[in-house]
Design a protein around this ligand. Structure first.
Ligand code: GLA
Ligand code: ZN
Length: 656
């Protein structure tokens, strides 16, 4: 694993550059990302390029043996451009251009912006395309499927709809515009879903607009990638992503890129409720699943966060090292820390880097330096990979559709996935998080939470998996919508009825209310948010409701279908249910379970085909002790061990 830092030479006096590079190199830093926001320095005036400073930065960094990720700075057009072309600024839901003066104001569909974005990309790649020290290019920064409402976006959206649906009649039919006299008699009447209140918007229109904005973002990144490739065919290209309100479709965004990169800011505050699970392991697994390959962390937690929010606590001892090891365990091949030094100017001066404002390296920096040393000794893991028998399906489209129409109080799509991820993690299982269209044949168990908007290819994929002998878990709110995000007129879960061998006769969206279910062995669990009342056709009841007018009706079912098994979980429970359920499923399918893992301890097994390495990470504030079934060799301490002792955020790696 390589360790890197995000560096902003344009924010520091030139006299610091060589000193910084020297310290980076001495510390063991291998990779430095620069320039992703530096457009105004590179092109101070329209068409006048100044590369002298960047030449010097790159020269200085490479003199110290540092490898470089060069940012394509299109996130921040210089202010002269906004002045010359006010129409390249995004338009908000109020129909007005958003205020400039922060960052990322540009509309990625605006032709003039695109002209300049391609030109700066071309300039950079022509100048630096053959630079040996540049190992990757980062396009823009944290691209969002921003719902811009400018005239260009509106027109493009209308054209996009016509291309997809052919005729206005089809659009009317797809959107069900007979409701509230919403029928379009001319395409120009189609508006982005911005009318107030947002919750009253047409869900079909909303989902199409999300698809349009996501595709626009993907197209934009692809066009810039093409410019880079044209000039430098061997360039490695990525963009750094995160989970935001307008998350684009990750699978499409990274389709033509060389690797995925993720901005990883794990929680600094440890949840006091033992039932609250950590979700960062899940996010990392999701990132690995996008291309089912190694990925990078392009920004990693380095200090107290803050700036637009009050500051968080400082990372506890062990976190800087431990969270990077957690990322490594789950597939990160390079972890770049945000940022080398904390800004003394600008909006982010309270989002801390490794070195504080004082420029005096302190505790966090020393831990980082230990990380660099540790990383350099982990070559044995370089050719290892994660092999999982369990997959959880993540659908960007379902994620978007649930944001458009939250179902009931407390119900969040991603949390449905995280419950299962946390539950299988309790037994030390490797878990992949993949697209519903991924090849599922290599898995024994597939969890398909809330397959809400029906997509034929995904539904067929799921049926195929079970027909071929797989064990599937489907959950509530599946088969609800057709591809236009309209309700399907059929007994739920519609397209999955046959597979689960049961039908939903009624549902009860109970929100925060709590009820109980009882499983086949008499164990009682709390449930909330949603209760599907099931009627069995060929399935058996795994658990039944214990309260309300549907007491004794099935809540969780199990159906044998062809050579496989399909479970259906019709309600949302607390962690104890998922842990018990996951344990049973692993037992049924013969997936080995590590029992008695202390809460918070994460286990990942990596293999090179010959040797297996188990990485233990204590993601908790308590000391943890884990007994091993047999003595194993710790590559961290170079001794055999039959017990692993971990401090808070500590880790160990043993050869199985
Ligand atoms: C994001 C951005 C960075 C910076 C950090 C910290 O991840 O990509 O530029 O703003 O957040 O706030
Ligand atoms: Zn726009």
């Amino acid at each position: 694993m390589k360790i890197g830092v995000d560096y902003y030479p344009e924010q520091w006096d030139k006299s610091l550059w060589a000193k910084d590079a020297e310290l980076m190199s001495k510390t063991g830093v291998k990779v430095v990302r620069v320039a992703e926001f530096a457009w105004s320095r590179i092109e101070p005036k329209d068409g006048e390029f100044d590369f002298t400073w960047l030449d010097e930065v790159l020269r200085t960094l490479s003199r110290y043996g540092l490898e470089i990720v060069l940012g394509v700075p299109t996130n921040c057009p210089p202010l002269w451009m906004y002045q010359m072309f006010p129409d390249i600024v995004q338009v908000g839901p109020d129909g007005k251009h958003i205020q400039t003066g922060i960052r990322a104001h540009r509309c990625i569909n605006a032709p003039m912006f695109m002209f300049y974005a391609k030109r700066i990309t071309e300039q950079l790649v022509r100048r630096y395309g053959n630079e040996q020290s540049i190992i990757a290019w980062q396009i823009d920064n944290e691209l969002e499927a921003y719902p811009c409402c400018c005239d260009v976006c509106k027109d493009s959206f209308r054209q996009w709809l016509l291309d997809k649906h052919d005729t206005l009649e089809n659009i009317n039919a797809a959107f069900g515009t007979s409701v509230w006299s919403g029928e379009y008699s001319d395409i120009s009447q189609v508006q982005p879903p911005t009318a107030y209140p947002k919750a009253w918007q047409n869900p079909a229109l909303c989902l199409e607009f999300y698809r349009f904005t996501s595709e626009s973002t993907v197209r934009y990144a692809k066009e810039l990638a093409m410019v880079i490739r044209r000039e430098s065919p061997k360039a490695k290209i990525t963009t750094n992503t995160w989970f935001c309100e307008n998350t684009p479709d990750f699978y499409k965004l990274f389709e033509d890129m060389d690797f995925v990169s993720y901005d990883n800011y794990p929680p600094i505050r440890i949840p006091s409720d033992p039932d609250e699970f950590y979700s960062h392991a899940f996010h990392l697994d999701l990132m690995r699943g996008i291309r089912q390959d190694k990925f990078w962390v392009m920004e990693q937690l380095s200090g107290p966060t803050g700036s637009w929010a009050p500051m968080s606590p400082t990372p506890r001892p062990g976190m800087i090292l431990g969270y990077s090891m957690q990322a490594l365990a789950r597939g990160a091949e390079t972890v770049v820390h945000f940022r080398w030094r904390t800004a003394t100017h600008g909006a982010e001066m309270h989002w801390h880097g490794l070195i504080d404002h004082s420029n005096v390296p302190g505790r966090r920096f020393f831990e980082f330096s230990e990380l660099c040393k540790t990383a350099s000794k982990l070559g044995v893991l370089d050719n290892t990979r994660i092999v999982s028998e369990i997959a959880i399906l993540y659908s960007p489209e379902n994620d978007a559709a649930f944001k458009i129409q939250p179902q009931t109080d407390g119900f969040y799509y991603l949390e449905q996935l995280k419950y299962f991820h946390a539950a299988f993690s309790r037994y030390g299982a490797n878990i992949d998080v993949v697209s519903p269209d991924a090849d599922l044949s290599k898995y024994k168990v597939v969890i398909a939470p809330s397959m809400y908007v029906n997509k034929k290819s995904a539904t067929e994929n799921i049926y195929r998996f079970v027909i071929n002998g797989g064990t599937l878990v489907l959950t509530n709110r599946s088969g609800v919508k057709d591809p236009n995000n309209n309700c399907i007129m059929d007994q739920l879960p519609t397209v999955y009825k046959e597979l689960i061998g049961a039908e939903i006769t009624e549902y009860d969206p109970i929100g925060w209310e709590e009820q109980t279910i009882v499983d086949f062995a008499g164990n009682k669990f709390t449930c909330r948010q949603w209760c599907d009342v099931l009627s069995l056709t060929t399935a058996k009841a795994y658990a039944e409701y214990n309260d309300n007018f549907y007491r004794c009706c099935p809540a969780v079912t199990m159906n044998r279908y062809c050579s496989g098994v399909a479970y259906y979980v019709g309600t949302v429970c607390k962690m104890d249910f998922y842990e018990s359920f996951a344990g049973n499923i692993m037992k049924q399918t013969g997936i080995p379970r590590l029992k008695g893992l202390p809460r918070g301890v994460e286990v990942v097994t990596r293999t090179n085909g010959l040797d297996d390495y188990i990485i233990f990470f204590n993601n908790s504030a308590e000391n943890a002790s884990i007994g091993l079934p047999k003595a194993m060799y710790s590559i961290m301490d170079s001794v055999g061990k039959d017990k692993i002792e971990l401090k808070p955020f500590g880790f160990d790696i043993v050869r199985k």
